[in-house]
Design a protein around this ligand. Structure first.
Ligand code: GUN
Length: 282
């Protein structure tokens, strides 16, 4: 059986057109959702990501300003800028692109962003609320993965979800969101013994470790749902963590790279920024 391929790119367009209508409605009420993005240094990948975020915002009629700083900026200067944006009424969402230069402590910066404007969902208050299943800003990639599966009609409740990778950005939170949806969750990581034995038991396998083609057909159960969160460059070409060609013959659903999870991440950021604007004006 060949897997149904879930194109996040198509779903993202669908959701973004819904969000565009929502922005128009808000504009009619005098509310203009606005995102502020801070980027430090000149890493080409990070620059391309933030331009993508700005472009996507503008495309749905939402403002997004970009604050670009040289990597010589001090931690204090950055924290002051965040404080200024926290106090700026016209700004609803603040995102500081990670990673940051070594002399700046990521966690300090994340915690400086007001939880009301934490559209990345990285602040400990947002994480705590997610853990206790309260309404909050959910981290964009994990949230995008859940929305993709739900919109594809995939049942999550009672299913065995295996997460390969335990990063703070993706692995850990996506496991928590699946638990909130009543899935049974197992985490595998670099120290896991006999990971293949575990991945083969997964009804839903989320692969987020950043190594090309680590999962192939022999690592999965027949009919499994496989979500590939990997973004790797091999010979200049973008590839995921899953060997697409072999897995697509055995899985029931599979996400491609590119055009899979990636476009959903930005879409959930737009969603969070609109939510932030709505909450501030409530
Ligand atoms: N770097 C890579 N992904 C992300 C993300 O989702 N948010 C932020 N702020 N930085 C990132």
């Amino acid at each position: 059986m060949a897997a149904e391929i879930i194109y996040g790119s198509e779903l993202a367009q669908e959701i973004r057109s819904e969000l565009k209508s929502e922005v128009e409605t808000l504009n009619g009420q005098g509310i203009h959702p606005k995102l502020s993005v801070i980027i430090i240094g000149d890493d080409p990948a990070s620059k391309s990501y933030v331009r993508g975020k700005q472009k996507a915002s503008n495309k749905i009629g939402m403002d997004a300003d970009l604050w670009e700083y040289d990597s010589t900026i001090t931690e204090t200067e950055l924290l002051n800028k965040i404080e200024e944006l926290n106090n700026e009424k016209s700004v609803h969402g603040i995102l500081v692109q990670l990673p940051l230069p070594e002399h700046i402590e990521d966690q300090k910066v994340i915690e400086a962003i007001s939880p009301e404007k934490d559209v990345d969902g990285f602040h400990p208050i947002s994480i705590g609320k997610m853990m206790t299943n309260q309404e909050t800003f959910l981290p964009c990639t994990p949230h995008g993965i859940i929305v993709m599966m739900e919109r594809a009609g995939i049942e999550l409740e009672g299913k065995h979800a295996v997460i390969l990778g335990r990063s703070n950005l993706v692995g850990k939170p996506v496991g928590q969101l699946l638990l909130n949806k009543n899935a049974t969750v197992t985490y595998c990581h670099s120290k896991t013994e006999d990971a293949q034995n575990i991945t083969k038991q997964a009804d839903i396998l989320i692969v987020a470790i950043g190594k090309p083609s680590v999962i192939s057909a022999e690592d999965i159960k027949s009919g499994a749902v496989v979500i590939d969160v990997g973004v790797n460059r091999v010979d200049g070409k973008l590839t995921g963590d899953v060997d697409f060609e072999s897995v697509k013959e055995k899985a029931s659903y599979l996400t491609p790279v590119p055009k899979g999870v990636g476009p959903m991440t930005i879409t959930m950021l737009l969603h969070n920024t609109i939510e932030a604007a709505k909450r501030i004006h409530q």
